[in-house]
Design a protein around this ligand. Sequence first.
Ligand code: PMP
Length: 383
Amino acid sequence: MRTIYLDHQATTPMDPAVMEVMQAAYTQYFANPASPHAAGVRAFREVERARSAVARFVGGARSEIYFTSGATEANNIAIKGIAGRCPGGHIVTTATEHKSVLDTCAYLREAGYSVTVLPVDAQGRVTAEQVASHLRDDTVLVSVMLANNEIGTIQPIAEIGRVTRPAGVPLHCDATQGVGSLAVDVTELGVDLLTFSGHKIYGPRGIGALYISNRLTDMTPLAPLMHGGGQERGLRAGTLNTAAIIGLGTAVTLVEEVRGKETRRLERLRDTFLAELAASSRAPFRLNSGSGPGFLPHALNLSLKGVDAQELLLRLADLAISTGSACNSSAQEPSHVLRAIGLPPERIKGSIRLSFGRFTEESDAIDAARYLAEAALPEPAID
Ligand code: PMP
């Protein structure tokens, strides 16, 4: 059987159009974009063209975009970069953030910072009121993700921005899982820092972007983590990954072109999959993620009754899905996100995460549901 890939929250395949521009970039623009000779200047122009595309994509200015190796690095620079300027300050974040945010905050707590981790409701959501009630005089940063990588919950970032902005507290948003499906505008969201990654939006791996408002840079320039050649206005030293940057520029442009149509198509695929799975009595399940405006259109998290999801995945060699977050699955720990929404251990044990993507077809959704239902023979018997 062919492999059906339904793990687009872990990573996406590169769009062939991205691959094509990158292949050309490796030969045409191999020169160092910091070199003053003509070949360097040509590479520099392409990098800046991509920077403009990313700036447009998030509604910022070209001077507000910094390239990184991915969202993990961008999140680290955003959070530690602020913390480095505000020793011992207070940071507010949420219980369902990606580990690159939560572990960075835990590291800072060890180093003497004060961190508030806000609990989420049963759908995985925080409210602006919650954030407001935890702001303190020494709060230096609020970090809340746009959309969750396990259950697809979209956070009310614009509402939170309406609380943090008047309080003069910078707001960071890890938008890695959201930018592929949701139109993002940093001004509307009221964020000062926004991060995302190329490999979640059909672009290359090893490239990410960090938006920092000029307003914030003028007030409190971030402390760099990397020192060296002064690239990216001194914030992220290291020779630029020209081909990947050009690939990212193409990837964001493609997302903008197809987003509206894709959203509706992906919702239909999700519904088709769920209807097919529900039609089978072999795999009774309960949804851990929601659908509708507050959730990502392409993502699903569900618990199969009486099933050990880790074991199930081993039996499903031709279906690429995951249990919880792929970044955590090697650790074999129960998902911190599913725990945060209050799921009991048996339900977490039976949970799977799947997500549809740009190259998923209707037949993939139907075959995947049938394949899953066949492999999931619950014990004890269904009630
Ligand atoms: N944040 C979120 C919400 C993610 O889903 C991921 C990837 N799983 C990351 C950050 C880290 O991204 P990267 O792989 O680019 O470091």
